[in-house]
Write a protein that binds this ligand. Structure first.
Ligand code: XMP
Length: 596
């Protein structure tokens, strides 16, 4: 895509570059992320350059450095935070190293002439998000201050003749008032190519045809949004006789999930998806497996076995002219400044060695590799996939497999060390949590209340305090099926089809109730978990785990309205074999989103 005139974001680290790039695209202009060291020679197609923020100080050893010649390209440049510091130093100004790194909202005052381009549409005073650390104490030649604050004299400055701008604060984050206006004003000064998902769909078609040549494409379709959209796009561009999809039914998918995907494809006339029902094989591999990580391994290995066997049987090999299609998206492909300079490059599963070798040989096609998730979703709708399908909540690769807890024996605690005056019980199972950078594996604590559908303030408080302090407990739930502690009966069990079916029913009720109450789009993810105990022999329990998050790294338990909680609980209790329902109140950390 190098030939396009784009806004290039040089990624100096932190989490900012992707945020800026996706915001710019939403303004209808093409943007891309490049490593900070990218040479000016390689940036000749840039219509404007944004130097992103980053966590380091320009005085740190090995801090990222750009190519000073980018300032001779004759295009507008915007330096943000670290970008401002590097710009200042490079152009002959002076940066003072600050010690305290304190993040927060600050009020700034514009000192620019009225109608100054970059601040067009902003009031004289407004609140911004700033990270106090280094700051510019002497401006480079040709620059003038355009905003100031109590804590930072040169909060923003500009060289209007050359269209160079520098901001000590982050315009891309939502805490900065008018931040998007500022970004938009900058983008307006750059002569970048327009960007829209419709034009992308047209443009990518040519690219796919060119890259695939006379080959054909084989794709694993998981049911997830990315692979579903990629498969649809390949079909649209190449035609059904040159594309083959394979969906492995693991037996761990949601109720009617395979049917929903097949139906969506049917409407579009896409019939070249082979569904392999391998559920028997998966349940066999999970027979007598109890440990969370062992289950993940068993599922992963079985998946590979099935995929190899079926693709060989169908003759889908590279030797017979088949390339591999993948639903990789933009954030997966970019080695960002954040990972690069933190020395902790994460290998994404779409980039493992065997796949990388195929990529080097030109045997892999990734038609979504320039898109962000929300763009993939819009493209999916553009291609005619149903709204509900492309806007689905994230779902883990191993499916319901990580939501069915297995145990050989009840895990009891003699003395949990709790001194609380709320009616409570330590549940006889353990679940995974996070503390610092480490994994924990501890009990869940259930709290009881005379009104089980509303959560009293002190329960929320205990849900934060207990897992943070107590060595035995990693999460806190409220029981919504009982107002007093019942006697629990534990039944040893592993992952069986019967248990998967039970969970599928409960999960489907939750989905229906979320949609009915209009909560589906506001809740980020809603795992439903099955526990191997109830109040009768063979009885089981269900955990409701709605969460709010933006990136799954941290999360808060969503607060469910009592009437919704009541309807979900009552319907789930009607499923034969389910005795208890719990509502998980724990945030991440100290809990994780999934229970294992
Ligand atoms: P945790 O439980 O670690 O989950 O807070 C964070 C996000 O990752 C998803 N998740 C997985 N996704 N394979 C996946 O593809 C897995 O093994 C897996 N485990 C957790 C989880 O659903 C959440 O969105």
């Amino acid at each position: 895509m190098e030939h396009r005139r784009s806004i290039v974001i040089l990624d100096f680290g932190g989490q900012y570059a992707h945020l800026i790039a996706s915001r710019v695209r939403r303004m209808g202009v093409f943007s891309e992320i490049r490593e900070p060291e990218t040479s000016a020679e390689d940036l000749k197609h840039a219509a404007g350059i944004i130097l992103s923020g980053g966590p380091q100080s320009v005085y740190d050893k090995g801090s990222p450095q750009g190519d000073p010649q980018i300032f001779d390209l004759g295009v507008p440049v915007l330096g943000i935070c670290y970008g401002l510091h590097w710009l200042t130093q490079t152009l002959g100004g002076e940066v003072k190293g600050g010690k305290v790194k304190e993040y927060g909202r600050t009020e700034i005052e514009s000192t620019a002439p009225k109608d100054f381009g970059l601040l067009q549409g902003c009031p004289k005073n407004f609140t911004v998000w700033m990270s106090h650390g280094d700051e510019a104490v002497k401006l480079p030649k040709g620059f003038e201050r355009i905003a100031t604050s109590d804590s930072c004299e040169n909060a923003a400055f500009a060289d209007s003749a050359r269209n160079f701008f520098a901001l000590q604060f982050h315009p891309e984050v939502t805490h900065t008032e008018h931040g998007l206006t500022i970004l938009k004003n900058f983008v307006g000064l750059c002569d970048a190519d327009p960007w829209s998902i419709e034009s992308y769909a047209k443009h990518i078609g040519e690219e796919i045809r060119r890259d695939v040549g006379d080959n054909k494409v084989f794709m694993l379709v998981s049911g997830g949004v990315d692979s579903t959209v990629a498969f649809t796009l390949l079909n649209e561009v190449l035609g059904a006789d040159r594309v083959q999809g394979l969906l492995v039914d693991t037996g761990l998918m949601r109720k009617d999930e395979v049917k929903m995907i097949k139906d969506a494809f049917d409407v579009l006339g896409i019939t070249n998806l082979h569904v392999e029902d391998a559920s028997e094989e998966f349940f066999r591999a999970l027979d007598n497996v109890y440990e969370p990580e062992d289950k993940r391994k068993a599922i992963g290995n079985t998946f590979l076995d099935v995929q190899k066997r079926v693709s060989a049987k169908m003759g889908l090999t590279t030797e017979s002219g088949w390339m591999l299609g993948q639903g990789t998206i933009y954030p997966d492909t970019i080695e960002t400044g954040a990972t690069k300079h933190a020395d902790q490059i994460k290998t994404h599963h779409n980039r493992v060695e065997a796949i990388q070798k195929m990529i080097d040989k030109g045997l892999v096609i990734e038609p979504l590799k320039d898109l962000y998730k929300d763009e993939v979703r819009r493209l999916g709708e553009e291609l005619g996939l149903p709204h509900d399908l492309v806007w689905r909540h994230p779902f883990p690769g191993p499916g319901l497999g990580v939501r069915i807890l297995c145990a050989k024996e009840a895990m009891s605690v003699q003395d949990a060390g709790l001194h609380i005056d709320v009616s409570h019980a330590v549940l006889p199972v353990k679940s995974v949590g996070v503390q610092g950078d480490g994994r924990t594996y501890r009990h869940a604590l259930a709290l009881f209340s005379h009104d089980p559908f509303s959560v009293p303030e002190n329960h929320w408080k205990l849900a934060t305090e207990i897992p943070n302090k107590n060595k035995n407990i990693s999460r806190v739930v409220q029981c919504t099926s009982h107002s007093e502690v019942p006697s629990f009966v534990f039944t040893p069990d592993f992952l069986t089809r019967e248990r998967a079916d039970l969970l599928r029913e409960a999960d489907n009720i939750v989905l229906e109730e979320m949609r009915r109450s209009g909560l589906y789009e506001s809740i980020w993810q809603f795992p439903v978990v099955l526990l191997p105990f109830g109040t009768t022999k063979n009885g089981q329990s269900i955990v409701l785990r709605p969460i709010d998050s933006s990136d799954a790294m941290t999360a808060n338990a969503s607060s469910l309205p009592p009437d919704v909680l009541k309807r979900m609980t009552e319907r789930i209790l009607k499923i034969s074999g389910i005795d208890c329902v719990f509502y998980d109140l724990t945030s991440k950390p100290p809990g994780t989103i999934e229970w294992e």
